[in-house]
Design a protein around this ligand. Sequence first.
Ligand SMILES: [Fe+2]
Length: 280
Amino acid sequence: MGLTFDDFKGRIIRPDEIEKLFEINPNRKEYTQKLPDPWDHSYIIVEDVLVNPYDVKDFFIHASYIAGTNDLIPDKTGAPGMQQPVANEWVKSFILYLRQLLYDHKITRRDITWYDFNCYNNMFWKNMIAIDSNYRPHVDPGDFAFNLFLSDDLHEDEGTAVFAMNMPDGQKWIDIRDMERRSGIHPRMISQRMDQGRVGEGKLDNWRYFQGDDVYDYVCTVPGGFNCLSGYRGSLFHTAVYDPKNYSDDHVRYSFVAMLALTSPSSMKSSFLTKNPNKS
Ligand SMILES: [Fe+2]
C-alpha cells in the first residue's frame, strides 16, 4: 500500500509557518546582568521573548520522541532528566535571533552560523533520579548555553545556579576555562575536585537542589521563568535549579536548550560528556 499526502496530514510545516511560530516579541525585555563581585562575567536575560510560547511548547512536545533518559538507561552518565532532540532547521529563525543577541550585547564578535548550535529540550520531573550526582555543578561541552523555559508554573527561585570552585590552596574560580589557563592547577586536579562529593559513575540517588558545599560556593542564580530566555558561558560551574519540594508528583519542567559550540570542549571531564566514547 502506497503513501499519500493524507498520511502526512498535519505533519508538514512550511518555512513561513515555522518563522511565524517562533516570532520574537517586539515588547520583550533584553538585558545583561553582571555576576556579584568579585566576578566579572555577565549573563543575558530576555523576558517575554516569544509571541506564541504555548504554541512553541506544543510544537516541541509533538515534534519528536524523547530519546535520552537516565531512567531508561541506568548506566548512562550525563545530563539530568530526559532530552528530546531538536533539529536546527526547525528553530533556524530563533537561532539567528540568539546569534544577534550575542552580537548586540557584545558577548562575542566571532563568526557564527545557524548550525554552530546544538539544540534539544530538557525534561525534568519531580521524582527523577540522578546518576553520579548530576545535580552537582558541571560545565558544558559548549561555549555559550541558552535556556528557554516552557513550563508556565515554575517557582520563582528556578533557573541556573552558578558556583565558584574552592581549591584547597585557597584559590576560587568560577569559570573552568579561566581556571585552566591562569590558575596553574593541572586540569586533572580540577577534574578530581569536581568528582568530590559524587556518589560514583553509574550510581543512582535522588535528584535534589544543590546549594553548595566545601567544594562549591553558591554565587547566584541566573533566573528562569516561563517564556524567559537566559544565556551564560558554558564554562561557568553551574547546575539546574529544580527543587522537588516546590512541585506536585507529576510536575515537569520543560525547557529548550541551544548550546553554541565554536571551540572544542575544555580538556577536563564534563559530566555532560561521555567518559568512554564507546559507551554513548
Ligand atoms: Fe549546563
